[in-house]
Design a protein around this ligand. Structure first.
Ligand SMILES: *Cc1c(COP(=O)(O)O)cnc(C)c1O
Length: 406
C-alpha cells in the first residue's frame, strides 16, 4: 500500500513528516510497514514514558474499554478520581482539572490565573512568558509561545501575553506591572531546544512572584512524569509552583492533559471551565496505570541513572568530534548541539541505520526516549550515531568545510 501517497492526497499539509510509516511498537522499538525495526529515541514526542504498548497500560485500557469509556462530567467516575488523588499525593499541588491535550491544559491554566487576577489582583490579567518557549497551538497559546514563526500567520492574537527573554530574572521584573497576574514558564524549554536555565533562575522567579503576589505557572507538559529524573522538574530546584500543567507522558501514550493547582489558586467555580472528553474513564485509566507503574517500579530513578549515562556517552562523542559544541539536558531530555546546521541530515542518516531521533533545531539533536530504557539501548544508539557522525565529519572535510580543530 502507498500510505505516504494517500497521506499526500487526504491529509492537510501540516506536518513535515519523516518518510517512515510506523505500524507497530514494543518497548523502545517500533516497526515500519515493511517490517524494518527501529530504536525509538523520539518516544512519541516525549510521550511514551513506559515505551510502546506497555502491558500495564494496555491491560488497564483494555479492561476500561470493556467497562466504561465515556460518560459526562456531570457524573462522578472512578478512574478520574483515582488519578487525581495519585497526582495530588505525589506533587505539591492540591487540585486537578483534566483536559485532553497540553495546549488545552495551558489555556485552562491561563484562564485560572485570569480569574485569580479578577478576584485577588484588581483585575490583573497579563501573563509573562518566555521567548523560545512552547505552550501549544491554540490562538492564545501561540500568543503565549514566544516564537514569532508560530505567531505570524495568525495575527491578530489574543492580548494579555508579554514574551520576555528566558533565564533572565531582570526581564521578568521589568515586565511586571499592575496588570500582571502570572508568570508562565517551562522548567526546561523543550521545543525551544532543551534550554536548561541557570541554577537560580526558577528560585528567583518564585521569590519575585511571592513578592508581587502573582502566580507562578510551571508548564511541565514535557518535563513532567519523570522525564528529567524527578517526577516533576520543579522538585530539583526546591520551589513549588502555584499552578502546574501536564500532558505528554501523563497517559503513557493515551491523550490526556491536566491542570494542577494549589488550594489558594483553585478559584474555578461550577460552570467556569469544562470539557466533554477531559478526564474520561478511558484516558484516566491509562494515566493511573502509567503513574502507578512509574512510582512502584521507580522508573524515575532509572531515567535519572540512564540519563546520566546517555549524557556521559554524548560527552564522549563531543571529545571526538569538534563540531559538537554542547551536551545539555536533564534525565532523558537531552540535546546535542553542533556548530553547524547538520541536524536534519543526521536524523535522515540515523533513520537509515535504524535509529529515530529529532532535530529540535537545525543545529541540534534531541533525545527523548522511553524512560524504561537501559544502558544497552543507549550503547546501541551511540554506536549508530557515532558511525553517522564519522561520515558527516568526512563529508565536511571533502566539501572543503572542515570543522575547526583545537
Ligand atoms: C508539547 C507541549 C505543549 C503542547 O501540548 P499538546 O498536547 O501538543 O497541545 C505545551 N507545552 C509544552 C512545554 C510542550 O512540550
Amino acid at each position: 500500500m502507498d500510505w505516504q501517497g494517500l497521506e499526500q492526497r487526504y491529509l492537510m499539509k501540516t506536518f513535515k513528516r519523516v518518510p517512515l510509516t510506523l505500524v507497530r511498537g514494543e518497548g523502545a522499538r517500533v516497526w515500519d510497514d515493511k517490517g524494518k525495526e527501529y530504536l525509538d529515541f523520539v518516544g512519541g514526542w516525549a510521550v511514551n514514558v513506559l515505551g510502546h504498548c506497555h502491558p500495564a497500560i494496555a491491560d488497564a485500557v483494555g479492561e476500561q474499554l470493556r467497562t466504561l469509556i465515556q460518560v459526562s462530567n456531570q457524573f462522578y467516575t472512578v478512574p478520574q478520581i483515582r488519578l487525581a488523588e495519585l497526582l495530588v499525593q505525589n506533587s505539591c499541588l492540591d487540585r486537578v482539572f483534566f483536559s485532553n491535550s497540553g495546549a488545552e491544559a495551558d489555556e485552562g491554566a491561563v484562564k485560572l490565573a485570569r480569574k485569580y487576577g479578577k478576584l485577588h489582583l484588581g483585575g490583573a490579567y497579563e501573563v509573562i512568558t518566555a521567548t523560545g518557549s512552547f505552550h501549544g497551538r491554540t490562538l492564545a497559546m501561540i500568543a503565549a509561545t514566544g516564537q514569532p514563526k508560530f505567531q505570524q500567520p495568525y495575527t491578530p492574537l489574543p492580548e494579555g501575553f508579554v514574551n520576555v527573554e528566558y533565564d533572565r530574572i531582570d526581564a521578568i521584573k521589568k515586565a511586571t506591572g499592575r496588570k500582571t497576574c502570572a508568570v508562565m514558564l517551562e522548567a526546561i524549554q523543550g521545543e525551544g531546544g532543551v534550554n536548561v536555565p541557570g541554577d537560580d533562575y526558577l528560585n528567583e522567579v518564585r521569590a519575585w512572584c511571592d513578592e508581587r503576589g502573582i502566580l507562578l505557572i510551571l508548564d511541565e507538559i514535557q518535563t513532567g512524569m519523570g522525564r528529567t529524573g524527578t517526577l516533576f522538574a520543579y522538585q530539583q530546584c526546591g520551589i513549588e509552583p502555584d499552578i502546574m500543567t501536564l500532558a505528554k507522558g501523563l497517559g503513557g501514550g493515551v491523550p490526556i492533559g491536566a491542570i494542577l493547582a494549589k488550594e489558594e489558586a483553585s478559584v474555578f467555580e461550577p460552570g467556569d471551565h469544562g470539557s466533554t472528553f477531559g478526564g474520561n474513564p478511558l484516558a484516566c485509566a491509562a494515566g493511573y496505570a502509567t503513574l502507578k507503574f512509574l512510582l512502584e517500579q521507580d522508573i524515575v530513578e532509572n531515567c535519572r541513572r540512564v540519563g546520566e549515562y546517555l549524557m556521559a556517552r554524548l560527552q564522549g562523542l563531543k571529545a571526538k568530534f569538534d563540531f559538537i559544541v554542547e551536551v545539555r539536558g536533564r534525565g532523558l531530555l537531552v540535546a546535542l548541539q553542533f556548530s553547524t546546521e547538520i541536524a536534519d541530515g543526521l536524523v535522515g542518516a540515523c533513520l537509515e541505520q535504524g535509529l529515530l531521533l529529532n532535530a529540535v533545531k537545525p543545529s541540534a539533536l534531541r533525545f527523548m526516549p522511553p524512560l524504561i530504557i537501559g544502558e544497552r539501548e543507549v550503547d546501541e544508539a551511540i554506536a549508530i550515531l557515532k558511525r553517522v557522525l564519522v561520515k558527516a565529519g568526512q563529508e565536511m572535510v571533502a566539501a572543503g568545510d572542515p570543522p575547526g580543530t583545537e
